[in-house]
Design a protein around this ligand. Structure first.
Ligand SMILES: Nc1nc2c(ncn2[C@@H]2O[C@H](COP(=O)(O)OP(=O)(O)OP(=O)(O)O)[C@@H](O)[C@H]2O)c(=O)[nH]1
Ligand SMILES: [Mg+2]
Length: 192
């Protein structure tokens, strides 16, 4: 796949607008501010394909991007404390509707901040992905923010925090993990 051939497709704020889709889909999931939109921009080598913000809760819709015959989905983040009950309900309905709709999800890239242990919401999401039997990989984001000794500490703890899970250290800042993630996506797309 040539990652230059990407275009923004469409956004959905409610599940009932979501059309069914049989296109292979790669999905990005994670808490607000973990770096989903930044990772997408880095993957496609674009500055503003997905909107990035230092204010958590920037992405509130499911945003689809199309590259050749593959669809990429930027999901709105979870775990943002300042959301109202109404917003949380809307988010839950949107996510449930998305994962329950007829789709062809090839891989979920589950983002977790490399600097910290997974949050309770991260764990809930990971348990959901396991139970739904969706193939997923954990992208450990913001790796550039760790100093060498901090990183060594985190690298020891992560296998205990995320036992048995496949992980890729990633930085939207310096490009660590981009090639590894692309290779993982190719593998997922070519899997039966
Ligand atoms: N240093 C560093 N900063 C990052 C990295 N990835 C994201 N950031 C910063 O983290 C903030 C949030 O990034 P976003 O990509 O908007 O996060 P998001 O997960 O899409 O957030 P929501 O849309 O709220 O769900 C921004 O200020 C980014 O510049 C990274 O790899 N390294
Ligand atoms: Mg975002």
């Amino acid at each position: 796949m040539n990652y230059n051939n990407v275009t923004y497709e469409v956004s959905f704020g409610t599940a009932k607008q979501l059309p069914v889709s049989d296109l292979p889909e790669i999905v990005f999931s994670g808490r607000s501010n973990v770096g989903k939109s930044s990772l997408i921009n880095k993957l496609f080598n674009r500055k503003n394909l997905a909107r990035v913000s230092s204010v958590p809760g920037k992405t509130t819709t499911i945003n689809f991007f199309r590259c050749e015959n593959v669809r990429f989905a930027d999901l709105p983040g979870y775990g943002y404390a300042k959301r109202s009950g109404e917003e949380i309900r809307r988010w839950s309905n949107l996510m449930e509707g998305y994962f329950q709709s007829e789709r062809n999800i090839k891989l979920v890239v589950q983002l977790v901040d490399m600097r910290h242990p997974p949050t309770a919401d991260d764990r809930t999401m990971i348990e959901f992905l396991k139970s739904a039997d969706v193939p997923f990989v954990v992208a450990l984001t913001k790796s550039d923010k760790l100093k060498k000794t901090e990183r060594q500490k985190r690298e020891q703890l992560i296998p205990e925090e995320l036992p048995g899970l496949e992980t890729i250290a990633f930085s939207s800042e310096n490009g660590e993990g981009v090639d590894a993630l692309k290779a993982r996506i190719e593998k997922a797309l070519s899997a039966e």
